[in-house]
Design a protein around this ligand. Structure first.
Ligand SMILES: Cc1cc2nc3c(=O)[nH]c(=O)nc-3n(C[C@H](O)[C@H](O)[C@H](O)COP(=O)(O)O)c2cc1C
Length: 208
């Protein structure tokens, strides 16, 4: 039995294109894996801790082999709890809208909170980083309104998929399936393109 966690970075609810595709994916996944546990983490629901001065100090303490103290200790506990919630799953579905060519800040906050030494990564002075979130797989839904591959620089740039996929690989998650609906607004044949993206989400779920 697997535990799939859907981590959503769109705040747009019923109007969200990435959440609609994630729903298609999850409907098929649930049908094919009725015994699996499927959890939801809406990153906008207020449960993600902040990662400010105390947390940054705690992180650098831990990196230096020290134990966080004072406000840093509480911030570190909160980061550990967030990581534990993330790491309890062995499959991930991420809904990732494009915001200003990159990812929504709440997803960057999630990455900053959970990406801790001894949790998401290990470090060796000679060998460098090693991802610790191994043995997992991820499916990612990417959406944008204007940006699209091959549309040219006037339509924006892609710091969304390369950044997020780079983080997954750095964390140790190498089995990655992606579904994209980019662009989904400022373009022709949106309905046809949406249908194609929905079919891709269903196909991805069948083999996940
Ligand atoms: C704050 C914000 C910034 C955005 N920036 C971009 C952008 O840089 N390029 C783009 O193509 N679309 C951009 N969009 C449009 C979204 O990527 C698009 O609406 C997408 O469908 C969002 O995913 P969602 O529908 O799941 O919320 C932006 C939307 C918002 C709200």
């Amino acid at each position: 039995m697997s535990k799939l966690l859907h981590i959503s970075a769109s705040p747009r609810g019923e109007r969200s294109e990435s959440l609609a595709l994630a729903r298609d994916f999850l409907d098929v996944y649930r049908e094919l894996h009725p015994d699996d546990e499927v959890g939801e983490w809406d990153l906008w629901d207020g449960t993600l801790p902040e990662f400010g001065p105390a947390a940054a100090a705690a992180k650098m303490d831990v990196f230096a082999g020290l134990t966080p103290s004072g406000p840093g200790a509480a911030a570190w506990d909160a980061a550990r709890a967030a990581f534990a919630r993330f790491a309890a799953a062995d499959k991930y579905l991420f809904s990732v809208p494009m915001w200003n060519a990159g990812v929504p800040y709440i997803l960057k906050q999630f990455i900053d909170v959970v990406s801790q030494p001894g949790m998401v990564f290990g470090f060796d002075g000679t060998l460098g980083y090693s991802g610790l979130v191994t043995g997992r797989k991820a499916a990612v839904v990417y959406t944008s309104a204007v940006y699209g591959e091959g549309r040219g620089p006037a339509f924006g740039a892609d710091f969304q998929a390369p950044y997020f996929e780079g983080w997954l690989r750095w964390a140790g998650i190498a089995d990655i399936t992606s579904v994209e609906f980019r662009p989904n607004l400022a373009t022709d044949e949106v309905a046809t393109r949406r249908a194609r993206a929905r079919a891709a989400a269903v196909e991805a779920a069948k083999t996940f």
